[in-house]
Design a protein around this ligand. Sequence first.
Ligand code: SAM
Ligand code: ASE
Length: 346
Amino acid sequence: MDSGSEAEYPRKILDYMEGFLVSKTLFAACELGVFDFLLASEGPVSTADVARGLSASVDGMERLLTACAGLQLLHTHTRDGEACYSNTEDSRIYLTKSSPKSLYHSIQYSSNTIYLCWHYLTDAVREGKNQYEKAFGVSSSDLFEALYRSDEEMIKFMQLMNSVWNICGRDVVTAFDLSPFKSIYDLGGCSGALAKQCVSAYPETTVTIFDLPKVVQTAKEHFVPTDERRISFHEGDFFRDALPEADLYILARILHDWTDVKSLELLTKVHHSCRPGGGLLLIEALLNEDRSGPLTTQLYSLNMLVQTEGKERSPSEYSRLLSNAGFTHIQVRRTGKIYDAILARK
Ligand code: SAM
Ligand code: ASE
């Protein structure tokens, strides 16, 4: 048999075909609060007690808990012949709402927004554009008006943005030594999660979060503690308004939202405001040069198609945009996690 052939039995194809069943099982368990309930309980809990505690049917919960055990998201125990469940270490760390490394909000956004957009993936590929109109009835041609179609959606998006830096934030801000840059502007800095990572990694650095007015308001109210003196805010539109001067600009997951034309426009503007010797740090998921992977980034690029105007790019694609905007000394560092870093100088 050829290596990788499934002539005997199409295991891989069946797994892919049913991959969304796995995603939905995880989403439902999180949304029902299974992992939080088990965290708050002392010791393993019976199916009937989980069902009662979460106001769910015993039959439905029995199937959900069994599937979670099959996915190795729960441990199974037997007490007096009755099945009981407890969190695995991974579930406790990543799937409970209050854990410092929680992915709960990423899962919630995947379940409620991304999943609905991907219903129209075929159309998105055919048409080459995002699917907000079909998925949510949003007709605005302004990308962030569509992404922020209600205050609730904006907060959920901010929680999504916040949550991945719980697991990848330290790596991206320390991929390069940023200690020479004392003042940083995080353009499109959103909830401030990366700003927090920067001030914690670099004791002499101050960070200003630049974002749209209603995002800044929400970040101040819900995300950044008021006693964090080294983090401040600047309300503005990075396409329309003048950019302030700083030692270093960060653009984290910004260019992947936009076309090459808009990305170059923004980079040129940043270059213009940057002082000579200053820097720009791009944080993005990087494709391999031959586009052979990483799989996560290939799939994220499809997600950028269904959700944005942008795409994921390779290091040489970012380097070209950066040098066309006037930046030099371009260095690429892969972190081995989802997001990587590129540092450029004026
Ligand atoms: N940098 C953050 C991160 O990586 O977690 C957030 C990235 S999010 C994909 C894009 C951010 O850019 C959002 O916070 C959004 O509000 C902001 N943004 C979009 N258009 C903007 C504009 N015209 N001016 C300023 N910020 C903008
Ligand atoms: C954006 C990032 C994301 C815009 C929309 C988005 C993410 C999800 N939706 O800039 C985070 C990355 N995850 C995926 C699946 O792409």
